[in-house]
Design a binder for this molecule. Structure first.
Ligand SMILES: NC(=O)N[C@H]1NC(=O)NC1=O
Length: 171
């Protein structure tokens, strides 16, 4: 899809808006359903802020549902080629499609430990990281508390969301 302007976003039909922004938060169409009602937006910053506010306003349980909707990095869905289009590109940009078997086994061991401890997957904005910083993130964040990881995970979802919006809308 070629980039659209904020003016075009403001004049989209409800269905169009939901279709275009339905996965800026992974598998969370409800965000687009809610945010579309906040139109018109003054600019790109305003539009991103509305999606971020949607996340901030969720209860702790709802935030956990959002985190659980994300696929593992270099996990089973990636191996099967069953990631969303957005996740596929993001994981590729961090080099996660080209891991050595040793790196793959480190990531998968930590991912499993992380999920066992927190009950949701480790989430990091792949486009802002490379394999080394992802492994370092796994090693250090696994030591945090659940509350800290809900906050950190949602902040990473916000970064992912913003970059996905920037792929769709140009100022
Ligand atoms: N687990 C995880 O971080 N997944 C995500 N990260 C990202 O940038 N895209 C994703 O799907």
């Amino acid at each position: 899809m070629s980039p659209v302007s904020v003016a075009e976003v403001n004049s989209m039909s409800n269905d169009q808006f939901e279709w275009v922004f339905g996965n800026v938060i992974e598998l969370c169409k409800d965000a687009a359903v809610r945010v579309k009602k906040k139109r018109p937006f003054n600019g790109l910053t305003d539009l991103c802020a509305a999606f971020h506010k949607y996340l901030d306003d969720l209860s702790v349980e709802e935030k956990q549902v959002i985190l659980k909707s994300h696929p593992d990095l270099a996990g089973r869905l990636a191996t099967l080629g069953e990631l969303t289009k957005e996740s596929t590109e993001e994981q590729k940009s961090a080099g996660l499609d080209k891991l050595t078997s040793e790196q793959k086994s480190i990531v998968s061991t930590y991912n499993e430990r992380y999920k066992l401890k927190f009950g949701f997957p480790f989430i990091i904005c792949a486009r802002e990281n490379k394999i080394q910083s992802i492994i370092e993130g796994l090693e250090s964040r696994i030591l945090n508390t659940t509350d800290q990881e809900i906050t950190t995970g949602i902040n990473e979802v916000k970064k992912i969301c913003k970059l996905r919006i920037l792929d769709i809308v140009k100022e």
